[in-house]
Design a protein around this ligand. Structure first.
Ligand code: COA
Length: 273
């Protein structure tokens, strides 16, 4: 595994653990971090991980874009700024549609671009005590670079979404859960244990079915019901083929023998699918 200046990467037991490692800068995302995340995702995809957990070192999850290194310093160097943006939006787009399940473990400060990141991940487990905010309005811009998309898509209530974007008022991880931005929130002291529990549930399942579940969910959002039925059935047979028909030949045969109850647990995977 490679070592990076701004990110820690640990790959074990089918999961990749990514830690933004600039605690002294509250893990804000510098040009180096963006470039390194592109390489980190290459490594994770090569390892065929089922799950990716993203968190921050120290008391911050991510304080957004590095306002000095991503905006102030390269402001009069358009080529440099374009390169930074290509990396930043490149890995943001990529992680949004990666086939591994992505989990944000929001341990502390989560602002601006940090909320964009939390907004494109599949599952977010937040510390009750974490502090979130769309702070852009405080320095005179609106949330850009996908952050408006992220907050608009993660806070179903227009009244609440616009309130936080317009005022920049901070809110807690507990509130992020109430708003629908976080999947769940737990006291900070339980954040590691709860995340580990969810990772264990996911890594017991098949890699292909996890990826297809995400892909089908995203695609059907834009479809009519009848089109969705056709698409889902086609994808179902594609999944079946790619997993050697494991769902029937192993799982349902095992159910018939009363070896497990699918309502309460998953069947035992016998191969790497
Ligand atoms: N960009 C650049 N530097 C940042 C940063 C960011 N987004 N967020 C924090 N830092 C830096 C600070 O400038 C400071 O650097 P220094 O030690 O060299 O002076 C260091 O990180 C620690 O920040 P500090 O403000 O002293 O920590 P704090 O714990 O008191 O406050 C925050 C934490 C997150 C509330 C505060 O740093 C902040 O408001 N950051 C900006 C958040 C933001 O608006 N992000 C949106 C970007 S899209």
């Amino acid at each position: 595994m490679s070592t990076y200046q701004t990110v820690l990467l640990d790959i074990r037991d089918n999961a990749a653990y990514v830690t933004f490692n600039r605690p002294e800068k509250r893990n804000c995302m510098s040009p180096t971090l963006h470039a390194e995340m592109c390489k980190v995702l290459d490594e994770i995809e090569k390892a065929r991980c089922k799950v990716i957990v993203l968190t921050g070192a120290g008391d911050a999850f991510c304080a957004g874009m590095d306002l000095e290194q991503c905006f102030l310093e390269p402001f009069d160097k358009p080529e440099l700024m374009a390169e930074i943006n290509t990396n930043a939006f490149g890995w943001f787009t990529r992680i949004k549609k990666i086939s591994a399940v992505t989990i944000g473990k929001v341990n502390g400060w989560c602002f601006g671009g940090g909320m964009a990141l939390a907004g494109v991940l599949d599952i977010v487990i937040a510390a009750d005590e974490s502090t979130w905010g769309l702070s852009e309005i405080n320095f005179g811009i609106f949330p850009g670079g996908g952050t408006t998309w992220a907050y608009a898509n993660n806070m179903p209530s227009r009244k609440k979404a616009l309130y936080y974007a317009l005022t920049g008022e901070t809110f807690t991880g507990k509130r992020a859960h109430d708003l629908g931005y976080a999947t769940k929130s737990v006291p900070l002291a339980q954040l590691d244990a709860e995340t580990d529990r969810v990772v264990k549930m996911l890594t017991r399942l098949g890699r292909v079915v996890l990826g297809k579940t995400k892909e089908v969910y995203e695609k059907v959002l834009d479809m009519d019901f009848e089109v969705a039925i056709d698409y889902e059935m086609a994808k179902m047979w594609e999944l079946s083929r790619e997993t050697n028909d494991d769902w029937v030949r192993t799982a349902l045969v095992s159910f018939k023998k009363r070896e497990f109850k699918p309502g309460l647990q998953s069947y035992e995977l016998k191969r790497d699918v």
